[in-house]
Structure formats: structure tokens, C-alpha cells
Design a binder for this molecule. Structure first.
Ligand code: NI
Length: 205
């Protein structure tokens, strides 16, 4: 089932989400719905609070795809990324190790149309539970490491625009509060092609 994705400035995106005490079938079903929602929106990650569920859970699939969205292009992934089985469901994720710095042009499904450079750890080790309640440790760099950090921010009520300079961040926030988001592009094939190529370099989470 495709869920509604909340958009900034919805106040629920600013809440600190609650830990999951016991992973149940309900969480597994929510993870499934969140994944369907993420794929439909052509995102690479989605956190539960983005669909109005204030619990510490996120789904991720950063595997790069071709234009048709079918084949995966593993050449663009780092060795560490390739070693992680995706899609990933992370429940109660905690960063146990963070090393180095990297920057990336981030976007967010809750702030459509905006992309800005954000600094993150280059390498992270993240401990979490999967949708079966099993403990997992994910070690990664590359886009997967960046995406996990972006999604974990959502669990604290933090958005990527909070990482920008005060002036830049406020400019975007005020613009959205005043004017909303640009209207979605028309749904004909040619237009779709253009949108895709524009977004090729930037990904939404
Ligand atoms: Ni996001």
C-alpha cells in the first residue's frame, strides 16, 4: 500500500520518534508499505516519521538503477556498499562508529524540488534490528552511508535543510512556507524523461 509522504513544514516531521520495544508483524508490514511508497516516489530512503509513524524505523535501497529503473548498475557502488544486502530495513538504528567526512547534494521526499550540499561521515557502522527483530551491523561508505545518516536524522526531527548555513536554510524554509512547492510536472513521457535526467545526479531520501 502506498502511503502519504508528509512534507515540510508538517510538525510531525519535527518530532523525536520512539524506539520500537518489540518488532512485530505490524512493523514488517509497515516496512513493506514504506518500501512500496519509497519506490513509487523514486526515493532511495524513507523514514517512518515521513509517513506519520513516529517510530525509529527506516527503509533504504540506494542501488543505482538504469533509466528504466530495472537493471542495477553495481559498477557505481563501493566495495562496502556491494557487500550490504539491500533493500534494508533498520529499526532502532544507532551509529556505533563514524569516520571521515564527505559531502553530497542531498534531496528529501519531504522537501521535493530542493537539493543542497550536506556534510556527513564518510564511513559508518550502524547497529540496528531488521524487520524480523534480528540484530544487524551495517558497515558502509558511499551513498549508502550518506543515506543512512540522512534517514536517521528524520528520527530526531532533523531535516537536511537544518544542516545548511543559517541564511541558506532559512531562505529555503521561508520560501516553502510562503509559496509551497512547485507544481508537479505534467505526466507525459517526454516530460518524465527530462525530470529523470535532471534528477540523475541528485537523489531523494
Ligand atoms: Ni529525507
Amino acid at each position: 500500500m502506498i502511503l502519504e509522504i508528509l512534507k515540510f513544514p508538517d510538525p510531525r516531521l519535527r518530532e523525536v520518534s520512539k524506539s520500537v520495544d518489540k518488532v512485530t508483524q505490524k512493523h514488517a508490514q509497515l516496512a513493506k508499505d514504506m518500501m512500496e511508497t519509497m519506490y513509487a516516489a523514486r526515493g532511495i530512503g524513507l523514514a517512518a516519521p515521513q509517513v506519520g509513524e513516529l517510530i525509529r524505523m527506516l527503509v533504504i535501497d540506494t542501488r543505482p538503477r538504469d533509466k528504466e529503473g530495472r537493471r542495477y548498475n553495481y559498477d557505481e557502488m563501493t566495495e562496502l556498499e556491494k557487500a550490504v544486502t539491500q533493500p534494508l530495513v533498520l529499526i532502532n538504528p544507532v551509529i556505533v562508529k563514524g569516520e571521515g567526512k564527505t559531502t553530497f547534494d542531498e534531496g528529501c521526499l519531504s522537501i521535493p524540488g530542493y537539493y543542497e550540499t550536506v556534510e556527513r561521515y564518510n564511513y559508518v557502522e550502524i547497529k540496528a534490528l531488521n524487520e524480523k527483530g534480528e540484530e544487524i551491523l551495517v558497515k558502509s561508505d558511499g551513498l549508502l552511508a550518506i543515506c543512512m545518516q540522512h534517514e536517521m536524522d528524520h528520527l530526531e526531527g532533523t531535516l537536511f535543510i537544518d544542516h545548511l548555513s543559517f541564511i541558506k536554510g532559512n531562505k529555503i524554509k521561508n520560501q516553502i512556507k510562503k509559496h509551497g512547492y512547485p507544481a508537479p510536472k505534467a505526466d507525459d513521457d517526454q516530460e518524465e524523461e527530462e525530470v529523470e535526467s535532471e534528477e540523475e545526479e541528485s537523489v531523494k531520501a
